[in-house]
Design a protein around this ligand. Structure first.
Ligand SMILES: Nc1nc2c(ncn2[C@@H]2O[C@H](COP(=O)(O)OP(=O)(O)OP(=O)(O)O)[C@@H](O)[C@H]2O)c(=O)[nH]1
Ligand SMILES: [Mg+2]
Ligand SMILES: [Zn+2]
Length: 271
């Protein structure tokens, strides 16, 4: 906004839509406190997911994504990997935030996630109920988007970090072992002292990556990326080609089988 603080409730013109949380926009007032978005400024980056039919914009112009995971409800590594791939494709640095450190189940998940540090991702352990210091120091001065499954505690973390945020949080469904999709749209909050911002987003069950192509897929797995040029065939897809350095590394235990499996699923799903 020009020269002022405040909220202007805006609509988009026609079917343009496509505004993401974190976008900088030009708008015109239509009445007091109301306006219409006339243009979206060029984006520094855009995090989104996509299926065959549409894209869902998660956030624009962020410095980093905090992928929040927890042992309860049940952890799904495929979702974490898909989030990481989306961040890699959008060139957005990703932190992995293991929340609910106060729960005894967290210890085993922390061990399972340890290889992610080796891949170059920052791995933090926090409890939105008890202590978020490890995360706090990574947020100062940055715009960070929280992403992850429903019920992992994104909004609870937000409320802890931005005391006047008052974001709704929800119980977990014990029957479904899943969150209840409490947050329904992405929203940006300023950190205390205006020292950065947090975007809270709705939890997802699936993370479509229909916008991926073969090159960006291969570049999105650090353990595959670093073996570029080491396979016998220059166009190796690391599926079952002879002399494949990636498959060789997996056989030797240097690549996590669970990660390779998801890579193969994503490969099979490419257009
Ligand atoms: N034990 C424990 N429970 C937590 C912690 N953080 C969040 N919770 C609980 O987990 C449940 C879900 O929290 P939310 O913050 O609503 O989760 P969310 O990720 O925002 O979920 P969606 O908005 O549906 O995506 C609530 O019952 C929280 O109280 C934590 O650190 N420890
Ligand atoms: Mg939420
Ligand atoms: Zn290969």
């Amino acid at each position: 906004m020009d020269g002022g603080e405040g909220v202007v409730e805006c609509v988009t013109r026609g079917k343009k839509g496509g505004v993401a949380c974190g976008d900088q926009v030009k708008f015109a007032f239509t009445s007091a406190g109301k306006g219409v978005i006339e243009a979206i400024e060029p984006r520094r980056n855009l995090l989104y997911r996509s299926d065959e039919f549409r894209s869902k914009l998660l956030a624009a112009n962020v410095d980093q994504a905090a992928i929040v995971v927890a042992a309860v409800p049940a952890f799904h590594e495929e979702l974490l990997i898909r989030c990481l791939v989306a961040c890699e494709v959008a060139d957005i640095p990703a932190l992995i935030v293991l929340n609910k450190a106060d729960l005894p189940e967290t210890e085993a998940l922390a061990r399972a996630l340890a290889p992610y540090s080796g891949l170059g991702y920052t791995l933090l352990r926090v409890s939105a109920r008890e202590n978020v210091a490890a995360l706090e120091q990574h947020l100062a001065g940055h715009t960070t988007v929280f992403v992850g499954a429903s019920g992992v505690g994104k909004s609870t973390l937000l409320n802890r970090l931005v005391p006047d945020a008052n974001a709704s949080t929800g119980e977990i469904s014990l029957a479904l072992d899943a969150g209840k999709h409490t947050t329904t749209h992405a929203r940006l909050f300023r950190l205390p002292g205006d020292d950065g911002a947090l975007i809270d987003s709705p939890g997802m069950q699936e993370f479509g990556l229909k916008h991926l192509d073969l090159n960006s897929l291969m570049a999105s797995f650090p353990e595959i990326r670093e073996r570029r040029g080491q396979c016998r065939f220059h166009n190796c897809r690391h599926l079952k080609e002879p002399g494949c350095a990636v498959l060789e590394a997996a056989k030797e235990g240097a690549i996590q089988p669970s990660r390779l499996k998801v890579y193969h699923w994503l490969l099979a799903g490419l257009k």
